[in-house]
Design a protein around this ligand. Sequence first.
Ligand code: ADP
Ligand code: MG
Length: 255
Amino acid sequence: RPAPGSLLTLTDMGKRFGGLQAVAELDLSVDRGQIHAIIGPNGAGKSTLANLVTGVYKPSSGQVTFAGNDLTGQAPHSVSRAGIARTFQTPQLFHDATVRDNVLAGFADTGRTPLWAAALKPPSRYRRDAEMRVESDRLLALVGLEDVPDVRASELPYGKQRALEIARALAGGPELIVLDEPAAGLLATETSGLGDLLMSLRDQGYALVVVEHHMDLVSRIADQVTCMDQGRLLARGTPQEVLSDERVIAAYLGK
Ligand code: ADP
Ligand code: MG
């Protein structure tokens, strides 16, 4: 039974690829209003864990519980509808579409309607479209893109594309967002802005699971840090505790 306030609970999670145990015996609990960072050397199993939470991979063992529901083995669209959103290491945007249309596409992501079928909408949907437009403008303001709704996504600097991807993830109305290496490829100033954004989402009650290599960012924003190595839990605690742990330092130096 999840602890009070615990939104996401992974119990004894395991994932095997043939002979390779990519994730093993992993427990994880994330609360509302919390940033939980996942760190660990390359190949530690961090992305696999993100894929297990979001239904991209089916676990070989263990259980995924979210908001009291068992999501174990559910497909990505069911997981997304249950309230877990996802961003990728490389932003997955519609590059030729405008910033606003990319967010509008996020509303379609959680429904069964394919994105391009939305173009065939009957008149009864006009009212809903107007509401979605108001909501998309609110989300653009939340991530600092309110001045560029009509700019093409491909024309945004990389850091803003990252923000746009987060706005699109928020369009599905998630409670938890899983971000795989959100600071990858960002400039220092962009990384700092990303940290501000993630903390503001946390303060609004979202739960965030952030897979990240950027240790300055992790120590600045994370409430809890889980360090993985070879698929297993190596250390867990506050950023200060985990980043000063000798086993964690050794795991990073060993690669
Ligand atoms: P990280 O994100 O921490 O760098 P990954 O989760 O990507 O690590 O990978 C963990 C291990 O699982 C690696 O050895 C990787 O090669 C392996 N792996 C990941 N995905 C697959 C897959 N789809 N098929 C086979 N092996 C995989
Ligand atoms: Mg990875």
